[in-house]
Design a protein around this ligand. Sequence first.
Ligand code: ZN
Length: 85
Amino acid sequence: MGRSRKKYKAEKCVACGARTNYSKQDPIDYRYGYVEGEGQFCFKCSYFVRNPVNKMSEKNLTTSIIVFGIVFTLFIIFLIFVMIL
Ligand SMILES: [Zn+2]
């Protein structure tokens, strides 16, 4: 029952995966680079990635490009099938 670990788990940067100076025990208000709903950013990323909304839209754009590529490939395969039959 008792979880008395001496080692504090360091929070990892949600953007680059680097270890931050903060542990999960640290209060959020005290932390630098913590974004609500996103997580803890390291010093570098919290400085350069100021706006998490931009990151989100970039991710969405990448996803839509991948989805478009898959759909387009399937369409080409379908066309080839139609031409053979
Ligand atoms: Zn980072």
